[in-house]
Structures are given as C-alpha cells and as structure tokens.
Design a protein around this ligand. Structure first.
Ligand code: 4NP
Length: 156
C-alpha cells in the first residue's frame, strides 16, 4: 500500500487544522513513517499567515513546533493528492463536499468520526475564545492524530 496522505481542513487554517496537522506530523516524524500530512482552510482570508499565536503556544507547550506552517485555501486538486480529508466541523465538511470533483476517490468525513465515542461531533472553534479553548482543541487534535495512526495500523 502507498504511504497514507492526510489533509486536515478547518475554516481559517490558523487554529484547528494546524493543531491536528502538528499533532499527527509530530507522531509520524517520531515513528519515521514518512506519511504526507497537511492542512488547509475552506476560507482564504488568512492565506500565507502562520498559525494563530495561541495555537503555536499550546503546541509548543507540548513539544510540537507548528510556527513554520502557512495557511492556504483548500483546492480541488487536494482531492487527488490526499487519501483522507478530515473536516474539523460540519460547515467545513459541507464546503468540502461542494468542492469535491465528481468521482473523487478521496475519503471525506469529520475528523472526530475516527475517534471512538465522538462520531458526528465538531472540533469546537477556539478562535473567539480563551486559552482554555485552545487546550481543548489540542486534546482533540491529539485524539484525532492517535485515531488516524490506528486507522492506518501504526502504533500510537
Ligand atoms: P480555524 O479558526 O478555522 O480553526 O482556523 C478560525 C480562524 C479564523 C476565523 C475563524 C475561525 N476568522 O473568522 O477569521
């Protein structure tokens, strides 16, 4: 089997998807798996920007550096480049469903659908909240990263 390729998608690509991207990328690097992991936003307002400073800080507090990520908008070609596209909330999922080219082989679902007991749930948007929200996002990002590893048969 080809090495898995996973894309995380939120709205701005500066809070939730960079944290999920960072949590999984870190595990993939630690295990030497060589998977492709990336993130994007359904919106383009933050294109080219680094993650939100609060997202960078919570990841850094857990030993993960996401400061070099740069926001980008999801594009139709992503459906050819990635096996698994994980939406952080229902609006993102609806936007991705509209963008998906007909017959695209990429699997598309909510990121928390992969996590036992969390099916159908959204990762809450921490953008307008406080640091506690970013801690919760980081916890979700780690649960999602572990679930993706398990899904493709890697150790956690
Ligand atoms: P994200 O959070 O989708 O998790 O990156 C947001 C980032 C920016 C905005 C909203 C949510 N915004 O309205 O600019």
């Amino acid at each position: 089997m080809q090495t898995p390729s996973i894309l995380f998608v939120c709205l701005g690509n500066i809070c939730r998807s960079p944290l999920a991207d960072g949590a999984l990328r870190h595990r993939v690097r630690q295990q030497g798996l060589g998977w492709t992991v990336d993130s994007a936003g359904t919106g383009g307002w933050h294109k080219g920007e680094p993650p939100d400073a609060r997202a960078i800080a919570v990841a850094r507090a857990h030993g993960v550096d996401i400061a070099s990520l740069r926001a980008r908008q999801v594009q139709a070609q992503d459906f050819d480049r990635f096996d698994l596209i994980l939406a952080m909330d229902h609006d993102n999922l609806a936007g991705l469903t509209r963008l998906a080219p007909m017959g695209s082989p990429a699997e598309l679902c909510l990121a928390l659908d992969l996590v036992a007991g969390r099916q159908g749930q959204a990762v809450a948007d921490p953008y307008y909240g406080d640091d506690a929200g970013f801690n919760a996002t980081w916890a979700d990002a780690c649960a999602i990263a572990d679930a993706v590893l398990a899904r493709f048969g890697a150790a956690r």
